[in-house]
Write a protein that binds this ligand. Structure first.
Ligand SMILES: *Cc1c(COP(=O)(O)O)cnc(C)c1O
Length: 369
């Protein structure tokens, strides 16, 4: 039987009664858009992070885009982020009219190299946008110091880091705002699309609520600046409420899978994920590194094991961002990683038996390289 890099069907079988009850709850509620489930989820998701406001939106890309706009970022501004991320991080910045500026990542944990950020700041820089990549947090302390010194906003991209902590502080609770995706594969996933932006700044929250709803105030129907429709769907919100209560259990399940990989693959020459000092990793993806990556992936396919690469093309090398003017070689660590990284199957309901099959197959392939 084939093993995919992500699979939700075992989890669905276990949660089916609760999920179908969530659907029934919304269908029978009498309010299908921006009703009790969106409000309830927003309250509970804000509380999980210890922040004052959460605004549910239709996906993670819009959570970033509207987050930036609510922070006042737009044309002419520069936003410092990384190229070693999912393309939507950069698509969202670009869609506001602002210019993405890239820093390289660290070779050991693949996270933003915060030591390079100061050199990237210009008089047009308005925002720092760290990505808590693969499930662990960027060190926010140096970014906060720079933000204070230069008067910059911070938006955290938490799409891969629900529940991740650094020195006990949960991802998304230290920036001026933080954006989440609930795409199904994420650590907290919906059964379809969803996203949210959280903040403790009441005026940012108010702008977010307008931005997701044509530019209107929910109650008074005044419209000053026209905006799009980016509402979170009521059914997805109710499903997310149910699943939020189990988030810490999903994280425990991912950590158990990570421990079994670490035990089974310790002495193989594969470079395994490194958790930065002070971090509590949630393993959105389990990214390993090997110079013969493409051969390994091809041979594992013969074992019916299907792997993924997050991400094979650094964003600054994509033709859609050629106008930013980066050349091959401009971000050496990011470019070297892209040629060597791949992700092993990772999801909380991955059974030990299936995982053993992956470990045995990887060991066998590596021993015959
Ligand atoms: C998934 C993801 C997004 C985009 O989320 P969508 O819900 O797919 O729009 C943005 N940033 C990162 C880092 C992601 O992993």
């Amino acid at each position: 039987m084939s093993i995919r890099v992500w699979d939700y069907l075992a989890e669905y079988a276990a949660e089916r009664p609760d999920l179908l009850d969530a659907v029934e709850t919304v269908f029978a509620s009498g309010q299908l858009v921006l009703g009790a489930s969106v409000r309830g989820f927003e309250t509970e998701f804000a509380a999980y992070h210890g922040v004052d406001h959460c605004v549910g939106v239709d996906n993670g890309t819009n959570a970033i885009r509207l987050g930036l706009q609510a922070l006042g970022i737009g044309p002419g501004d520069e936003v410092i982020t990384v190229s070693n991320t999912a393309a939507p991080t950069v698509v969202a910045i670009d869609s506001t009219g602002a210019t993405p500026v890239f820093t390289d990542v660290r070779a050991d944990d693949f996270l933003m190299d915060t030591a390079q950020v100061a050199a990237a700041i210009t008089d047009r820089t308005r925002c720092l946008l760290p990505v808590h990549l693969y499930g662990q947090c960027v060190d926010m302390a140096p970014l906060r110091r720079l933000a204070e010194r230069h008067g910059l906003a911070i938006l955290e991209d938490c799409a891969q880091a629900h529940g991740a902590r650094r020195h006990g502080t949960v991802a998304g609770s230290t920036g001026d705002a933080a954006a989440f995706s609930f795409y199904p594969t994420k650590v907290l996933g919906a059964y379809g699309d969803g996203g949210a932006t959280i903040t403790s700044d009441a005026s940012v929250a108010r702008r977010l609520r307008r931005l997701r709803y044509y530019g209107m105030e929910d109650r008074y129907y005044t419209l000053e600046t026209p905006a799009h429709n980016s509402r979170l769907d009521e059914v997805q919100a109710e499903i997310l409420r149910r699943r939020l209560r189990r988030l810490d259990r999903y994280i425990d399940g991912r950590r158990a899978v990570a421990r079994r990989y670490a035990d089974g693959l310790a002495d193989t020459g594969l470079v395994l994920p490194r958790t930065a000092e002070g971090n509590e990793h949630v393993y959105y993806v389990y990214v390993v590194r090997h110079p013969r990556r493409d051969t390994i992936i091809e041979r594992l396919r013969a074992h019916d094991i299907h792997l993924n690469i997050s991400y094979p093309w650094p964003v600054h090398t994509m033709s859609g961002f050629a106008h930013l003017g980066y050349r091959p070689g401009s971000l050496p660590v990011t470019e070297a990683l892209a040629a060597e990284i791949f992700s092993l199957p990772m999801y909380p309901s991955l059974s030990p038996e299936r995982q053993d099959r992956v470990v045995h197959a990887v060991r066998e392939v590596l021993s015959t390289l």
